[in-house]
Design a protein around this ligand. Sequence first.
Ligand SMILES: [Zn+2]
Length: 108
Amino acid sequence: MKERSKNPTTKMVAKERIGVLFLRAREAYHEHPDRSNRYVALALRIAMRQRVRMDREFRRQYCHHCFTFLVPGQNMRVRVHRSTVVVTCGICNKKMRYRVVRPHDRNN
Ligand SMILES: [Zn+2]
């Protein structure tokens, strides 16, 4: 098993890397969708190893069941049901539900 650093900057670096990986996933999607999925897998591994919580903008960009990188209008479907956003993965057809929060406390 790889070492897990006690240095707090490691988590910062991990978050930064996750951000970069999602950026790359987005860029790669049009030409190499499978590469995007690979980037998601790498980002998840970094998050798990360094025990960092992924930011919400990233958590919502992949399927939580099959870990496919999700692109609106391409491989995902978004529906609003009452006050819940239901995202359906176009690959495994499973659903993820997100509660809609009030606009002024959006940062959790
Ligand atoms: Zn899926």
